[in-house]
Design a protein around this ligand. Sequence first.
Ligand SMILES: Nc1ncnc2c1ncn2[C@@H]1O[C@H](COP(=O)(O)OP(=O)(O)OP(=O)(O)O)[C@@H](O)[C@H]1O
Ligand SMILES: [Mg+2]
Length: 1026
Amino acid sequence: MHSRDCVKVAVRVRPFNKRERDAGSRCVISMAASSITIHDPRQSQCSRSFCFDYAYWSHSGFIQDHNGLYMPEEVGGRYADQDCVFHDLGEGILENALQGYNATLLAYGQTGSGKSYSMVGYRPNKGLVPKLCERLFEAIKGNQDTRQCQVFFSMLEIYNEQVVDLLSRSSRPPGGLRVREEQHRGFYVEGLRTVPCDSAAQVEQLMEQGTRTRTTAATHTNANSSRSHMLIVLQLKQIFSKESISKQSNINLVDLAGSERQKSLGSEADRLKEGTAINLSLTTLGNVISALADMAVGKKVVHVPYRDSVLTKMLQSALGGNSRTVMIATLSPADICYEESLSTLRYAERAKHIQNRPVVNESPTERLVKELKAENARLMQRLSRLGQEGRSANDETKEIRQLLTHNELQIRTIHTLWEQHLQEALKDWEQQYANITQERRMMQMHPYILNINEDAQLSGVVKLFIQEGEWDVGLCDNTSTSITIKGLGIQQRHAVMRNEQRRVMLTPLKGSKVTVNGRAVGEMTELHHLDRLILGSNCTYLYIGFPSERGADDWIYYDYDYFLSELAAAEGIHLGQTSAGCCKTDPSLLAVFYDYIKLMPLVAEANQMSQELNKGVEFKLEIKNLVLSDSKGHDLEKYIVCRVISKPSKQVWIWSKAKFVNRKFLMEEIYQQHLAELKGEHREEGLSTAALPRDKDPFWDPVEPLLLGTAHLWLQSLAFRIPLDEQLEVLGSEGSEEAIIQAKLLPCSSTGMPLGEDDILIDPSELLGRRLDVQLVLEQCFGLCWIREDRSRGVQIGFRLFDSSVPFYTPAVWHSVIPALHHKVHFASRQVSQRLLDYLQSSALLLELWGLQEGCSILVSPLEGSKGTTEGVFFIEGDGTTNNNPTVSALLNSSMAEFQKEMEELKRVNKLLMKENQSLRGQLNMGKNGTTSARSRSVRPSCDAEFARSLKLFYHSMTSVRAQLQSLRRQRPGESCDLLSLRLFVDEQSGLLKDFSEHLEATVSALKRDVAAIVRRKRERWGSWS
Ligand SMILES: Nc1ncnc2c1ncn2[C@@H]1O[C@H](COP(=O)(O)OP(=O)(O)OP(=O)(O)O)[C@@H](O)[C@H]1O
Ligand SMILES: [Mg+2]
């Protein structure tokens, strides 16, 4: 009988990292016992709570001792250190393994949330794996008299669905190792090296070796280790000779890839989907967990997709199978990580429902030994019987003797195999130990460069020594005078390093990229202890000076982030240190900044690959401001896009961040293939890079219209039926002026005749329930930068009316910097609702300027061809159907029903209000002048007209006031922000502010003056009102 066992789930929250501290981040996680609550930083009253088997508070309340060990501030404090986590999770795993159960420990969480810290740890804060190994070998020693134990260790990585053996001594097979399936064994990796170990030190040694392989693979193939899964498998065999039983258990320890969800901002759906293999394993893991969680709550699940990815094949027994499984979900406490942390918690919540069916395993080999022994016993009996019968010399006896020897031999081989393997492993281990000792000695004698990786686990693994003399640095294969560095953009001979008279000089060679402390260098430069070097597009190293210059562990401070921030600062992008303490930076701005610096090296790599593959494509990061796409002009989020420019054709694409990351991944694959081709190797599959068809080329896309910028045409004056004639500035995503559009909004009659001044309304609510007709005229564009850059291009303007999901487009115009558009649209509402009125009073019509390029299709509105109604009027709301186009009708139908309801309600309210209004007016007239109601009717329109005129003036002035405000908002100090330019900027800003306030004041007082004059005139005509 299988016993059922739920997956145990623990969550752990780490301290703020430097970046988060600098940004003044707030902690959005709180914990009480095993329950955890996450607070939405945008809505403080909004929070979600979860309950797990364990919740670890490792965020605060700790101190670091002189060795760097983290521990609770006070005895019994709430801080959960590595020991505490091991006590709850590791001990259980160990206990299970000793009992003969398979056990699995998974770490899940976003990049940098502390998965590797919990699993592997950073010395001296050892994580679960080394602690588990220590305790395992202690337990083995302690139980020596009752059982004989054998431990086999293997370590592998899954990257892009390929399995890499991290302990393998032979070269990497193309396509990685195969995952096979056998009936009694399940899935296993064919040819994976399993190393016998008999001490924790040996295991640690092997882990170091594995990490080294991972590091070199990551730098050479330009892979991102955060996207790979690392698996350690410990096989424990226990032979209880007295009881003649044996137990075998597999302990899987899994450090999963960072779990970032890719936000799909803008138009996603990449033409090339293959890049999703980056996260295929993680996505499939999510699907498997969901399916199993559904199964556990009694939902019908047809299929659990274990076979869809390598990782889930490997974890089949851990999830819903024969294993006791624990998941540790790690969280960043910071407000900017809220979305990711919430998603991690949801994931963990699902995982805790999974039920496994663990059993104690008996090893098939041991069963064989038992069976062989039993058979031998039987054979011996038979032999002695034959002897007693006096037939000891016949054929049967001979055959039995042969069988007996064969069986004995088999038994002996099974037992000696372990010993032999162990001896070999020991030799290997000794060799490596000697290498390490040698490396330590060198560290004490020479300066060296140390690799710094995005994944902190892989930092500081590679040390390249600069001994006295002159050294070629580059791809150059290990000659006696070279230091080999591999990576993107590294040349055969990249630079020269000279160690002479206790000074180290670095000289970049022609055409090679070298950055020291964030600045590109082209000439001989002296290196100083802790200088940051970037060679090629992204090989990051820290220079460690002569032993006399060093302090204890002083390099720890220089992590990958430090390198990137330094580069960003050199590009004029500052944040972090400068804003720390003085004011709190907007979290959305911070998120964009971090995105930017994270993407910078990727862009450098993509540019390098494009260059080496002769693609002629250039990549550039841009920060887009969503304020430009908001019809209320609110200052919304900013986000990053990548502008892609084909240099020969001048074609331009804009890719979202997610698309760029996806494409970058595909570019790497093509690039690796290219390198293999250069070396004359043939990849198993895939096309030659030279003959790559366009539709498979990650550097290429069909050209599409590009959104160049937007302009806001404010609608407020329409609520008063005041015509508007404006020159609108079209602003690009970075605030630059892309063009001017001349646009008019003309209130008109249902037949399109312009309204006069007498039709201007004083009270917009008079529009409610009445028909409103307006013509939008887009006259002309001026100063089109897009076309000035390249005359072969064209433009179109797109806009959406009210809440219609269907856009309108002007016809395309090509080749002209000042194209005439003369585009007129008549739109109407049969009965203006409160919602429409609110919209008119508070929103703008967003005019989108679209850039067309040669070969791209033009934008066509789904409404094209159907002329709305017979009169060519487009109804933006009301009960009339907008058009006969079925797709549009479908889009509008659902909202129509809603409108209808709302309209009915409004009509009812309106009727009541009108009635009330009439009676009030009657009373007022009676009170004012008992006799001349006819006279008042004749005077009112002329007073109204005067008032309307002054309102019209007011709104015209307000439009330019608003434009002033917008330009004030956009003003930013220049990039080279020295004190003088800052002072100039502040002066200019105060000048603009002064103009703005004067203009505003003049506008308001003009209105006040006009109103006062109207009132005065009224009084003169009617005498006193009171
Ligand atoms: N509980 C903790 N206490 C102190 N420091 C921590 C803790 N957890 C994580 N850190 C620190 O945070 C940084 C990132 O942690 P770690 O490398 O474990 O992240 P990760 O989840 O493995 O990221 P990746 O997905 O990139 O591999 C490291 O410098 C680590 O020292
Ligand atoms: Mg990690």
